[in-house]
Design a protein around this ligand. Structure first.
Ligand code: HEC
Length: 203
């Protein structure tokens, strides 16, 4: 007798590969659908999306706004002020209005910018500032030149309207007429104000 033939097969018959069709389990389908849903939700929530108002040939919302018909309303004044601000003030005060350490104090949330009246505020870019100034609890003492002296009344009003209404600031629009009045009061003065002297003026 052959001794090998007596050995039981090491492969158990029930673990033989089969070719019969088996159904995909329900839990797998449900799980995959769940993952797909989570993925879509995550993409929707975190994808950032696009600004729906921006389409070719415009590249940004600011671009779209620039080409809107002008109404002369407050939005236009603020938009004009933004352009002027970015050209002449942002270098020191930063485009986000938060100022720069050892260069310029913040305008966002500044009590000087948000004052109820604009009598003091107009004088700052018109003549410049020198001397210690407290802004949001921090003291600064750096000179600011008369950055707004060359502006027309309307342009100075626009840049101030912008800083009063940007970065979460909310205050009244400044009118060209208000700038004109303050300029007339200043006469020929060209010396910068010190913040202490400014405080003696009505707000
Ligand atoms: C060369 C840098 C520089 C530029 C450009 C500049 N500023 Fe200033 N600004 C300063 C500094 C420095 C002070 C603080 C002055 C001080 O210490 O007395 C200041 C203070 C101010 C303040 C009062 C304090 C506050 O933070 O609210 C206002 C308002 C202001 N600037 C507006 C403007 C506007 C508007 C423009 C553009 C037309 C402008 N600045 C351009 C440097 C600058």
């Amino acid at each position: 007798m052959n001794a090998e033939a007596k050995q039981p097969s090491p492969v158990r018959p029930e673990s033989e590969p089969t070719s019969a069709a088996t159904t995909v389990p329900m839990w797998l389908i449900a799980g995959l659908l769940g993952l797909l849903f989570l993925g879509a939700w995550y993409f929707d929530a975190r994808g950032g999306w696009f600004e729906a108002k921006v389409y070719a040939p415009y590249l940004s919302l600011a671009d779209v706004q620039r080409f809107q018909p002008r109404t002369g309303g407050p939005e236009d004044v603020i938009l004009r002020g933004k352009v002027l601000f970015e050209q002449n003030c942002a270098l020191c005060h930063n485009p986000d209005g938060l100022g720069k350490p050892a260069q310029a104090p913040p305008l966002a949330g500044s009590e000087w910018v948000l004052a109820a009246g604009v009598n003091r505020l107009i004088r700052i870019p018109q003549l410049g500032l020198s001397g210690p100034i407290e802004v949001k609890g921090q003291v600064w003492n750096l000179p600011m030149a008369a950055m707004g002296v060359a502006y027309s009344d309307d342009d100075l009003a626009a840049v101030l309207s912008y800083i009063r209404n940007a970065w979460g600031n909310k205050a009244s629009i400044v009118a060209g007429e208000q700038v004109k009045k303050v300029r007339a009061e200043l006469g020929g003065r060209n010396q910068p104000y010190s913040p202490d002297e400014l405080k003696k003026e009505a707000e």
